[in-house]
Design a protein around this ligand. Structure first.
Ligand code: ZN
Length: 336
């Protein structure tokens, strides 16, 4: 099966041609226009997708020497995300499929992130998925490959959002994740004591807005020089890692008490790129004999390869749907 996939839920414009389990070609264009605003401007994101998509489509077909007529299935992200961005990508892809008289399958972006580690790993169940992105921080339980159950999520900001907002307060550039990680390397992680919201609660939920408020206060009472930026970055990163690891362990204990013994954990989404958090998780789960899975590098941040893979992995005839409606607040179990 040869699939053409398109991802435009936020500020990455991405296309992928995937044949069965083989990435034939994959292009990710990260929109730079948002950096001067310190965050994604929805209207600019939609316009940028519109400007890029056509040329990227011509490029992906010419580079691979594949005729568009050879595509078996067209697929695109249909939610959740920014409605304008979702509309541009999904309508574009749907039009292509209609002009070539080929089927179109809408894909849930969250499901694509969750399934991304099954591309390069044989998953052991029961399995937990920790989704860490700019829009979501969630924990899912999977008892088998078709069953995805949301156990908990952030009740306020997403973890990637916390990185971006902290970077902005420290006058670092957007996206903030890489910048904070770089600054943290030369900082003292014990220099500031930041709050650990919800850490002692018996549930799977996260909260990050209190950390943001604490950092905002620090920036008001300290001079924002390089030493301060490095120390806050290191303390922030340590706090985030501590929150994530503590809540995961607590979650595993809650499940143990219900006779669910987790065999493996997937860490997916852009924040999974953070090496500090990665090392903390690896040390923790090595000891407990729980396997840790990560997606391949190009499936970590938003990308069309994971959309193509979700389409191929869970392909069903009845999923073909040209009459879908993009849904900005789509949840994992919602029908498309
Ligand atoms: Zn995403």
């Amino acid at each position: 099966m040869l699939v053409f996939a398109c991802e435009t839920s936020c500020d990455e414009t991405s296309l992928c041609l995937m044949e069965n389990k083989n990435i034939v070609e994959h292009i990710i264009y990260s929109q730079e226009i948002h950096s001067k605003f310190g965050g994604v401007v929805p209207e600019l994101a939609s316009r940028s997708h519109l400007e890029e998509l056509q040329e990227m489509t011509i490029k992906i077909f010419s580079k691979t020497n594949i005729e568009p007529e050879k595509i078996d299935v067209f697929t695109a992200t249909c939610g959740p995300g920014l409605i304008g961005s979702l509309l541009v990508g999904s309508t574009f892809t749907k039009s292509l499929s209609m002009s070539l008289n080929k089927p179109f399958i809408p894909i849930n972006h969250l499901e694509a992130h969750v399934l991304s580690t099954s591309f390069n790993n044989n998953i052991n169940y029961p399995h937990l998925v920790l989704l860490l992105t700019g829009g979501h921080t969630q924990i899912y339980l999977m008892n088998n490959s078709n069953n995805i159950e949301l156990l908990g999520e952030s009740i306020d900001d997403a973890v990637g959002e916390a990185f971006d907002k902290t970077a902005k307060m420290l006058k670092l550039s957007y996206p903030g994740g890489k910048e904070i990680e770089k600054m943290a390397k030369k900082g003292d992680e014990d220099s500031f004591n930041l709050p650990l919201p919800l850490v002692n609660e018996e549930n799977f939920n996260f909260s990050f807005s209190g950390i943001k408020t604490a950092i905002n206060l620090l920036t008001k009472t300290n001079e924002i020089d390089i030493k301060f930026i490095r120390n806050v970055s290191a303390s922030f990163q340590k706090t985030i890692a501590k929150l994530i690891t503590t809540k995961l362990i607590r979650g595993i204990d809650i499940l143990n008490n219900k006779n669910v013994f987790i065999k493996s954990i997937s860490v997916v989404g852009g924040v999974a790129n953070n090496m500090y958090i990665k090392n903390k998780l690896e040390n923790l789960f090595d000891e407990r004999n729980i396997k840790l899975y990560y997606p391949i590098k190009e499936m970590m941040s938003d990308n069309a390869a994971m959309i193509a893979w979700a389409c191929i992995k869970n392909y069903r005839e009845d999923k073909k749907n040209i009459f879908f409606k993009p849904q900005p607040r789509l949840k994992i179990k919602d029908e498309l």
